[in-house]
Design a protein around this ligand. Structure first.
Ligand code: HEM
Ligand code: HEM
Length: 181
């Protein structure tokens, strides 16, 4: 059975909170806080008040209304990038801390892949935020978007995997990730 050190447990839950937060920002951006949806509401309401605005102006206002919510994507994204550097330092110091349970080796490879994808997301996110992409902007946006959804899918698979492990051969796994015992 793996032992989870206090620093690793704190790291895991901070990372989990940041990733759930990122998911919420993306879902809001694509649903109730979509710039076009907000734009249509604003356009309709100001029309009722006797002012006509164009579709472009409506989308511009939609973007401005969305912006404070989207700032959280940047804060949480930067938090994930910093947490990743912390994890890298932990791995350099003490290794990954994986055990040699043969059934878990594939899962451990998946975790390593997740770390690589998180690094890719941090770098691509920062490039987009700092507007360093130049002509590659659309490609980087696409990679950031698809890999981002891939990571959200990982979270779902991860939680199902943890529940199954709890119910079969690793009972107490979640307790150990919470209180170390
Ligand atoms: C309620 C939600 C969650 C629960 C109950 C949970 C639980 C766990 C547990 C028990 C482990 C150890 C598993 C093992 O030894 O194989 C683990 C590892 C891990 N979790 Fe979570 N987790 C949750 C959410 C998340 C989220 C949102 C992320 C975001 C990416 C995440 C990323 C990871 C990673 C990368 C590892 C492997 C760490 C390592 O061993 O280096 N988890 N999680
Ligand atoms: C693991 C961490 C991250 C995940 C899972 C993630 C996920 C996503 C997803 C799914 C989108 C597409 C949203 C959409 O088009 O609806 C997106 C867009 C974006 N992300 Fe992240 N992101 C992460 C980290 C970051 C970081 C570190 C930054 C910058 C500091 C960042 C900045 C951006 C920006 C600027 C966009 C908008 C790109 C555009 O205009 O299409 N992200 N992110």
């Amino acid at each position: 059975m793996r032992n989870f050190s206090p620093s690793f447990r704190i790291w895991h839950w901070l990372n989990a909170i940041a990733m759930f937060g990122l998911l919420i920002t993306v879902v809001l951006r694509e649903s109730v806080m979509h710039k076009n949806n907000i734009g249509v509401i604003v356009q309709t309401k100001v029309a009722e008040l006797g002012t006509v605005i164009t579709d472009e102006q409506a989308v511009m206002i939609g973007k401005a209304v969305r912006s404070p919510m989207w700032d959280w994507h940047i804060y949480l994204g930067i938090a994930v990038a910093v947490l990743l550097l912390v994890r890298l330092a932990m791995v350099f110091k003490n290794g990954f801390g994986f055990d040699d349970n043969p059934q878990m080796q594939k899962v451990y490879r998946l975790y390593k892949a997740v770390y690589v994808l998180l690094a890719g997301m941090s770098i691509s996110g920062l490039i987009l935020y700092l507007k360093l992409a130049g002509g590659a902007k659309e490609n980087i946006e696409m990679v950031h978007q698809y890999v981002g959804w891939g990571l959200f899918a990982f979270i779902a698979v991860h939680i199902i995997g943890v529940v199954l492990a709890e119910k079969t051969d690793q009972s107490g796994l979640v307790s150990r990730m919470i209180n170390g015992k």
